[in-house]
Design a protein around this ligand. Structure first.
Ligand code: AMP
Ligand code: MG
Length: 444
């Protein structure tokens, strides 16, 4: 059952009632049975999932928020999404159900409120891959086609993504609040994601620290698997600590910290290696929004915010070291040299680590063999590495087959392999892309 969104208790500025567009012929293209089971819901109904039929008692909402996009503050809001309501999973957790591509809203500005099939399926693939790797992420319950065609680069099938998220509260939601609204918004967010803080002294400072800790951990997880979010604007940073809104995201193949896939990221602001410092910057914007709650005197509040922000690099490094030592089998003293070798030879990031579990060194390169011999001596614990990431060419193939030929077989096959990342699949799913000039698009 879909429950009314708890956002109804927020000031009206943060949520506008909107009816999702009723599309000509909504049809389910893919439905995530596994996720539906985990959530204890059965929503396999195109009329419900497209928002054509609204369950009694629920109130669809477009949420208001702002954000720093590529460094510049802008007022945004859900321009092509509505929150259908919430569900409660068997473990008592609350989840937002949001339709992306559900038509125009009061926040649409000049956009058409539409989404197309390729980008929505990309989000489906990527979120399933992240979830299987144990990385906090919003999930995709389904993708539907709308029966409408939408013009982007060409005419493309219109689509809706049914997204499940711990919430849609973002750094940008706080950037949208006035000082008067801040306490209400902070209490609401704490209640939803950090309820244990409610009864504690100094809950807002602790809240800031917790958000920083979760994001530090999240970015360390991305770095450990070569994930490039692609559009780390502050509106795309969820306060729950989940990966969200990763439109142009892709996984790095050859190891190079400057890797940037997004076609709109011309300066490489969100390049692989910049992600930790960008998240630190984003969290500074978040801390600024909280200043009025941190202390009465502004200088004191600033000092406390700075103190909290200083914990980011420490938490990030600690988590990254923990993850990398799982990949190398304990000791990290050989890691720098491996990074350098990968960088200089263009070796594949995922496969270099995955192949460490083979009996023999995976490369005949002398330098690698010398590194391998030394590294092997240092191994003191079991090595844990995944063998599969969504390779860019396979993602593209699956999206083209789905959008241009209505053939969903490659997509289903890819997702089923991505769901078992620690198994060693057929070489087709493991071999690296040779597309150094690969580009991704936001799909807006
Ligand atoms: P995103 O890149 O998906 O994080 O979106 C950034 C902002 O642009 C959000 O406010 C979106 O709601 C808005 N937006 C993106 N695409 C559209 C569209 N086709 N129509 C209206 N608003 C859009
Ligand atoms: Mg966004």
């Amino acid at each position: 059952m879909i429950l009314p969104p708890s956002y109804l208790s927020l000031p009206v500025k943060f949520r506008r009632e909107v009816r999702p567009e009723v599309y000509p012929k909504p049809e389910i293209a893919i439905y995530n049975d596994e996720l539906a089971k985990q959530l204890g819901v059965d929503l396999r109904d195109a009329n419900i999932l497209s928002g054509a039929v609204i369950q009694p008692g629920t109130t669809p909402l477009a949420l208001g928020y702002a954000g720093h996009q590529f460094g510049n503050y802008t007022v945004l809001g859900d321009g092509r999404a509505v929150l259908l309501g919430e569900i409660e999973s068997p473990d008592g957790k609350r989840w937002d159900i949001q339709l992306k591509g559900s038509g125009r809203t009061p926040f649409s500005r000049r956009g058409d409120g539409r989404a197309t099939l390729g980008p929505m399926l990309r989000e489906y693939i990527m979120s399933e891959a992240l979830a299987a790797l144990g990385i906090p992420t919003t999930r995709s319950l389904a993708v539907l086609t709308t029966g409408e065609s939408v013009f982007r680069f060409s005419q493309e099938p219109g689509a809706i993504l049914v997204r499940v998220a711990a919430s849609h509260l973002r750094i940008g939601t706080f950037e949208y609040a006035t000082d008067d609204e801040l306490g209400t918004l902070a209490d609401f967010t704490i209640q939803r994601h950090y309820p244990e803080l409610l009864a504690q002294d100094d809950k807002y400072y602790r809240f800031l620290r917790q958000v920083i800790a979760r994001q530090a951990k999240l970015v360390a997880q991305w770095m450990s698997i070569g994930f490039i979010h692609g559009v780390m604007n502050t509106d795309n940073v969820a306060l729950s600590g989940e990966t969200i809104d990763f439109g142009p995201c892709a996984f790095m193949n050859r190891y190079d910290p400057s890797t940037t896939y997004s076609s709109i990221d011309t300066q490489g602001r969100y390049a692989f290696g910049n992600q930790p410092s960008i998240m630190h910057w984003n969290l500074a914007r978040f801390a600024e929004t909280l200043l009025p709650l941190l202390a009465d005197a502004t200088e004191v509040a600033i000092k406390r915010a700075e103190e909290a922000l200083q914990t980011f690099p420490l938490a990030f490094n600690a988590e990254l070291e923990r993850l990398m030592s799982q990949k190398l089998g304990g000791d990290l003293s050989s890691l720098e040299e491996l990074y350098r070798w990968m960088y200089e030879t263009g070796a594949d990031y995922t496969n270099t680590f995955a192949d460490l579990s083979l009996a023999e060194p995976s490369s005949s390169d002398d330098r690698f063999r010398a590194w391998h011999a030394k590294w092997k001596e240092s191994v003191s614990q079991e090595i844990k590495n995944h063998h599969v990431i969504p390779r860019n060419r396979l993602v593209e193939e699956a999206l083209v087959a789905a959008a241009q030929e209505s053939n969903l077989t490659p997509l289903h096959e890819l997702v089923s392999v991505l769901r078992r990342p620690y198994e060693r699949p057929h070489i087709k799913y493991r071999s690296a892309d040779d597309t150094a000039d690969y580009r991704t698009f936001c799909g807006t």
